[in-house]
Design a protein around this ligand. Sequence first.
Ligand SMILES: Cc1ncc(COP(=O)(O)O)c(C=O)c1O
Length: 414
Amino acid sequence: MVDLRARLAGTAGQALLPAAGPVLGDRSWFPELRGVAYFNHAAVSPPSLLVQAALRAMIADYAARGVGAVAAAAEQRERLRGQLAALVGAQPGDVGLVPNTTHGVLAIALGLPWRAGDRVLCFDGEFPTNVLPWRQAAEAHGLELIFEGLDGFGDAPGQALERVEAQLRRGLRLVAVSAVQFRDGTAMPLQELAARCHAHGAELFVDAIQAAGLLPLDLRGWGIDYLSCGSHKWLMGTEGCGFLAVHPDRVGALRPAVAGWLSVEDPLDFLFSGRPVMRYDKPVRQAADRVEVGAPNALGFAALEAGLAPLIDLGPARILAHVQALHDALEGPLVARGFRSLRPAAREARSGILSLLPPPGLDLARLVALLGESGVSVSQPDGRLRLSPHWPSGLHQVAPTLAAVDRALPLARA
Ligand SMILES: Cc1ncc(COP(=O)(O)O)c(C=O)c1O
């Protein structure tokens, strides 16, 4: 973090740099953020001052130098690649930069060397990002798509894993799962899933967008085969970028179904060598970064490095403990007001998301809109009330949140 602040000193972003380092529960890095409580980081994180400083610095460089700024931006992305790799237990060469989580899922779903009849396991209740590409692959390659329920993963993971094991015994090629479920915040037992998949010759694909930055992830250590993640939630970047990490044992088998002019060996020689060497038959790189198909979202990746910087500084484990303290403070009072908590009983299955079912007869959409008008930002995915605080959220925001709930509840009863 200190490093990035030092890098941005003396650039056009300098005026925006936060005066001091990040502090848990302190929102001074987000001076423009409206309202009393922003509990919506599982949806979209607002850009911090550091993110804005990084964006300002890069856009000013492009404004001043045009194509001359490209090399510095490419260097920044290599730095970021290393940080992202470290965050998920990978090496920089395992990581490709993509526009969103979906792009990473598609690259694998369309790129695996499928055999007709291969069986793929998805979970009923997953965010569509991690289902629709597998459906497309199933239609294109004659795969069988199977759905398992998510019941039990938060409370009795052992039993839930047994159901997956039963499917594995029947023969699966791949299991696709989110590290954290977007509706109820259940953190899935990835290490156990990876071990069981591998014991049966199957592979594990992980959508990490609701986990990365807060929960431990270890691609190489746990044997996750593929991991895709977007940047605008817990990593606190902006929309329009993300990354795909591929286990080194798997990258060689992937077909270049999602590849473009920047995916090939030595893609820039015809532009910079001064010689007429352009060819269309160059081999696609056998590396995760082959998913970088064309001109990248340079600004978005600058924002991502700046979003990530305070997470590295504060440490994901400390942030998770801070967020859990907020969940502790919010959960009981909301249950006392008639909501049913979906928070996993197993501590290791908890995440940044606290979800609750609304009491019968409550118009949840109306409640969420009224809370928004009161300056409390929360979500309502698939009929759940979802609160997702992050490092700048503070315990002092709980009382005004509950007061807003008390004002809104009578008005939101259907
Ligand atoms: C679990 C999960 N996966 C993926 C996404 C988004 O995917 P993408 O980055 O492709 O927009 C979301 C939310 O937007 C999500 O909650």
